[in-house]
Design a protein around this ligand. Structure first.
Ligand code: C2E
Ligand code: MG
Ligand code: MG
Ligand code: MG
Length: 286
């Protein structure tokens, strides 16, 4: 019975998968059940102010604890989820989970400005996407301004007019929008002008190489200036060392995300990280 369902769904989702290797096929089948089996988990990576180190947000990053293979990286399973369409239900699970966690943090007095959730192109193009975001916000009671959606430039690879319309619908819900991995994709300055986004996230490859390659450094500086001139915030991803941090500060980038601050953390540890920052900052009360 379940095997029959699997085969049926398999053909509905993507016929080209018949070319997949047996390993990939079994990973796919496991992925179908992962959420229901409670194998998916969200980790949270802080975004902090470069000067005060105040937490400005948390990016939710999905993890898959496979019963046999152990931790599977998103880099390995997100592409499979996208090809098969499984990213739609998984993405919904991620969104709901991140919103619930944020509500919990806020209730516990942790005033984290926002939680960011990654949205892949396939999800973005799903006709029910905007409605599902609205529903999840309503159902969880999270204030829309506390939710940030990270999209990539690849949403511009299809119908740009439609993409812009969807972005406006999302903005109308009251959420904020970030352009992830900026500088690696289909960016056209013309699109950027018309996109109602709030933040550019400089891709980590530029950040990593800026310290030794003048061209990467020039790209980072240019993105920071571009963002400032267009009225976007700018976040540097992949800040791994104090050298990166110093350089980025000089370049005018004021929000950092990266291993130098913290790796993605399980929710409880993120809470610990947040409280530690608070204790460091507050003068001891007598
Ligand atoms: P991303 O959204 O660009 O996320 C940043 C990635 O860089 C994360 O990898 C993070 O762990 C890693 N990272 C953060 N700081 C550093 C650093 O200082 N150095 C280095 N080397 N890496 C750093 P992760 O968690 O493996 O996720 C990889 C990608 O998978 C994400 O890239 C995102 O595109 C995708 N992804 C993750 N979770 C989700 C999700 O829930 N939904 C969707 N659609 N995609 C997701
Ligand atoms: Mg991201
Ligand atoms: Mg990124
Ligand atoms: Mg990335």
């Amino acid at each position: 019975q379940s095997k029959k369902n699997a085969v049926r769904r398999y053909t509905v989702y993507d016929p080209s998968l018949s070319q997949s290797t047996p390993e990939l096929l079994s990973l796919e089948n496991d992925l179908r059940l992962a959420a229901a089996r409670g194998e998916l988990e969200l980790y949270y990576q802080p975004k902090v102010c470069a000067h005060s180190m105040d937490v400005q947000g948390a990016e939710a990053l999905v993890r898959w604890r496979h019963p046999v293979m152990g931790m599977v990286n998103p880099a390995e399973f997100i592409p499979i989820a996208e090809e098969t369409g499984l990213i739609v239900p998984i993405g919904r699970w991620v969104l709901r989970r991140a919103c619930l966690q944020m509500v919990r943090w806020l209730r516990n007095g942790m005033d984290i400005p926002s939680v960011s959730v990654n949205v892949s192109v396939r999800q973005f193009q799903d006709p029910a996407f905007v409605v599902s975001v609205a529903q999840i916000l309503e159902e969880t009671g999270l204030s829309p301004s506390r939710l940030d959606l990270e999209i990539t430039e690849s949403v511009m690879s299809g119908d740009v007019t439609r993409a812009v319309a969807i972005l406006h619908e999302l903005k109308d819900l009251g959420v904020t929008l970030s352009m992830d991995d900026f500088g690696t994709g289909y960016s056209s300055l013309n699109y950027l002008k018309t996109f109602p986004i709030d933040t550019l996230k400089i891709d980590q490859t530029f950040v990593r190489d800026a310290a030794r390659n003048p061209k990467d450094a020039a790209i980072v500086t240019t993105i920071v200036t571009l963002a400032q001139n267009l009225g976007f915030s700018v976040v540097a991803e992949g800040v791994e060392t104090s050298d990166h941090a110093a350089l980025l500060r000089d370049m005018g980038c004021h929000t950092f995300q990266g291993y130098w601050i913290a790796k993605p953390l399980p929710a409880a540890e993120f809470g610990g990280f947040w409280h530690e920052r608070l204790v460091l900052k507050e003068p001891q009360k007598v």
